[in-house]
Design a protein around this ligand. Structure first.
Ligand code: TLP
Length: 342
């Protein structure tokens, strides 16, 4: 069968052989008893890498965000999220359905951030009519803002505003290492202003599953209880954690390659008649674009016939580079687009 060039998401990455070997060789125990040495090692490594006291392996980014929000806030509490955030748009309303949290969407600026005045205006005063505001959730890189990396200064500014109103700050850092690589900085510098951070292992870092949540000891204790309630108490989870350790040691620096491929792809696409895209806005591994005729199923089909898969929703289409996409693939993709739009 002809190989597909799958640009739908970086979640489609397959674990490299050396990662699979590390999983095979992992030392195991029962993690619900806290006795899996490989899980404990991953949690410590992730916490250290992100500059926090403790870490917790969870099954997915969605579970990491949910366990974090539920650890910070309870039924009837008010949580500020971005109107374009993954938590608000793509987690099936989990925080409201399962946790009774009242999510209010603040309008994200084009770069995925919020202004201080926006945050301040959204915090409810103490009043019997109002749900008490407890948490601000931010996202880095910001997926729907075109994978925009949010720098430490902007993160600090948003977090300081939230903290001044007594809120906790949760950072959905599904692709935080992409942001760190884009800025040439440590992930800890981007995580520092937040009280909790969820980082995905199963996107550009290539693990078959898993995310890690980090924060202080009390927060992680709470998150562990919520993880159990959400069905995420895993037993010999060291097989998963071993992949995570391998990823943190070997898969972070290579994200620069994905960014370079995305950049080249974006500049190439922008040259093709009919594609609407600002290549300068592409800073990490995600490209959103439109076409002059509008995105259609037909375009996706024409590309699929040429062996290229993309992600498309009503008016926008997305291409994501990752470990399974080479520089030579980018040339093939550009050729296929030129043909499909001819
Ligand atoms: N995003 C997926 C889809 O759900 C859209 C993708 O292909 O990009 N936060 C952010 C910012 C994410 O982009 C994602 C996944 C998650 C959280 C959730 O992670 P998982 O899929 O592990 O639950």
């Amino acid at each position: 069968m002809k190989r597909l060039i799958d640009l739908r998401s970086d979640t489609v990455t397959l674990p490299p052989d050396a990662m699979r070997r590390a999983m095979h060789e992992a030392e195991l125990g029962d993690d619900v008893y806290g006795e899996d040495p490989t899980v404990n090692a991953l949690q410590e490594k992730a916490a250290e890498r992100l500059g926090k006291q403790a870490g917790l392996l969870v099954t997915s980014g969605t579970q990491g965000n949910l366990a974090s929000l539920l650890s910070h806030a309870g039924r009837g509490d008010h949580v500020l999220v971005g109107h374009q955030s993954h938590i608000f748009k793509y987690e099936a309303g989990a925080a409201s359905v399962l946790g009774g949290l009242f999510l209010e969407p603040l309008t994200n600026r084009e770069d995925g951030t919020f202004g201080e005045e926006q945050i301040t205006a959204a915090v409810n005063p103490p009043d019997v009519h109002r749900a008490p505001t407890r948490v601000l959730a931010i996202e880095n890189t910001h997926n729907l803002a075109g994978g925009a990396p949010v720098d430490a200064k902007a993160t600090k500014r948003m977090a300081e505003t939230a903290h001044a109103h007594g809120l906790k700050v949760h950072l959905d850092g599904a692709r935080l290492f992409n942001a760190a690589v884009a800025f040439g900085t440590e992930a800890a510098a981007l995580a520092e202003p937040a009280d909790s951070v969820s980082v995905c292992l199963s996107k550009g870092l290539g693990c078959p599953l898993g995310s890690v949540v980090v924060g202080d000891d009390d927060f992680i204790g709470e998150a562990r209880r919520w993880r159990k309630m959400l069905g995420g108490g895993m037993r010999q989870a060291g097989v998963v954690a071993a992949a995570g350790i391998y990823a943190l040691d070997h898969m972070v620096d290579r994200l620069a390659e994905d960014h370079e491929n995305a950049r080249r792809l974006a500049y190439g696409l922008a040259e093709i008649q009919g594609i609407v895209l600002d290549p300068e806005a592409v800073r990490t591994n995600i490209i959103y674009f439109q076409t002059e005729q509008g995105i259609s199923l037909d375009l996706a089909k024409r590309l699929e016939k040429r062996g290229i898969l993309m992600d498309s929703e009503k008016t926008l289409a997305r291409l994501v580079t990752h470990d399974g996409i080479s520089s030579a693939d980018i040339d093939l993709v550009l050729l296929a687009f030129a043909e499909a739009l001819r």
